[in-house]
Design a protein around this ligand. Structure first.
Ligand SMILES: Cc1ncc(COP(=O)(O)O)c(C=O)c1O
Length: 398
């Protein structure tokens, strides 16, 4: 049969990262291209113990259909957890959803019509950019600086796009840049969006894995106008295969978002919601987070030290305070794709910044490096190779 693809899907390209992943499978390739959390951080023994127990004690409730809103004790617990970070649950509600990815999907489904503008940090997480694309949104990128969006560019984008519905941002340890939006910029971004009547989608899957610096309150914590959606995830603090996350949103949207969830996947995995709840309330969750932070702190420090020693000094790179990624930039705004290709030829995989851009035909001088998955030895060898390439690259340019 001759299928005609829907407009929703036909405009969306497959992710360059998925293509690059295939190269990462080559055992000889050193991959800084992935984005998975380190498997060292999964609490495997405790998960096994809890699953065993809940299946014995409570088999029906963990195997039967559950509520679309989420497992009630976990939902209540997450409200208390986030209230401690300053989020108000008088005016907001929370749903347990199938990962932060689904949080984005359901907010877009509820609010964005075909042709509406979604403003986004540029570059930003491709999974959410593709969600906006599949709903027919027009993406308008706002360039990133090390401490968050370029505010003058944001203001100009808000002025130029009166039909903008949402601003997409990842304030903590951004994917792909690794940067954190400063508290000054958070306040200004909020004020600008409130003045222009644009909602903010605050995507925070990495917030719990801050390994240095001072934690900043979520933008949602100061949301006096009720314009912020806040998404968190269990992927980086439990395991990504759980496919669990949570969305905080203005209470009046409970019904449409719940209906959106029902028509997508009915409810999130009940057994694993029990596991999260039991683990957070019956085990040392804070101790677990500390251990995970220590893993990433060490890996990030190692990669940064290698880059400081081996990269050409004209290559700028971010210094993350958490999360999984560093972004490096070639000087002069030059397209990083040929450099990334050379790295691959020499056996080191990174992801060119263009993969994360609102305009996929744009040019990015950045390339993303992941430090959570490679071993220490792979980081040393891989940065040796990339470092030599940065010197070759700059020698050629002179
Ligand atoms: C910025 C960002 N948002 C959302 C997600 C999706 O998270 P989840 O696994 O909870 O769906 C990711 C995953 O890498 C991410 O980097």
């Amino acid at each position: 049969m001759d299928f005609t693809l829907s407009r929703r899907i036909s405009g969306v390209q497959g992710s360059i990262i998925r293509e690059l992943f295939k190269l990462g499978v080559d055992p000889n390739m050193i991959s800084f291209g992935g984005g998975n959390p380190s498997a060292e951080t999964f609490p495997v023994a405790e998960i096994a113990e809890i699953i065993d127990r809940v299946l014995k004690d409570n088999p029906i409730s963990v195997l039967q259909y559950g509520l679309s809103e989420g497992y009630p004790p976990l939902r209540e617990y997450m409200k208390q957890y986030l209230a401690k970070k300053g989020i108000d649950f008088e005016k907001n509600d929370l749903l347990i959803l199938s990962g932060a990815q689904q949080c984005c999907d359901l907010v877009t489904k509820a609010l964005v019509n075909e042709g509406d503008v979604v403003l986004t940090e540029d570059p930003a997480f491709i999974g959410c950019l593709n969600t906006f694309r599949t709903y027919g949104a027009k993406l308008v990128g706002v360039p990133m600086e090390d401490d968050g969006m370029d505010l003058a560019a944001l203001e100009a984008a808000l002025e130029a796009n009166p039909n903008a519905k949402l601003l997409y941002m990842i304030p903590n340890f951004q994917n792909p840049t690794g940067g954190t939006t400063s508290s000054e910029k958070r306040a200004k971004i909020y004020a600008l969006c409130a003045a222009h009547g644009v909602a903010i989608y605050e995507d925070d899957p990495y917030g719990e894995i801050r390994f240095s610096g001072t934690p900043l309150p979520p933008i949602k914590a100061g949301d006096s106008e009720g314009i912020v959606f806040y998404a968190g995830s269990f992927s980086k603090v439990m395991a990504p295969a759980f496919r669990l996350g949570y969305l905080v949103f203005p209470k009046e949207l409970l019904q449409p978002i719940t209906v959106g969830k029902q028509s997508t996947d009915v409810h999130s995995n009940t057994l694993l919601q029990h596991v999260c709840y039991e683990y957070m309330t019956g085990y040392d969750f804070e101790g677990h987070l500390e251990k995970a932070r220590a893993v990433y702190r060490k890996k990030c420090a190692h990669m940064l030290a290698e880059m400081d020693a081996k990269f050409h000094p004209d290559i700028h790179f971010t210094r993350p305070e958490g999360g999984l990624f560093i972004m490096a930039y070639l000087p002069g705004g030059k397209d990083a794709q040929p450099f990334v290709r050379k790295g691959i030829e020499k056996g080191v995989l990174t992801v060119p910044g263009v993969a994360f851009m609102a305009d996929t035909n744009g040019v990015s001088s950045g390339f993303r490096l992941n430090y959570s998955m490679p071993s220490d030895e792979q980081i040393t060898r891989g940065i040796d190779i990339l470092g030599a390439l940065t010197h070759d690259y700059l020698a050629e340019k002179r």
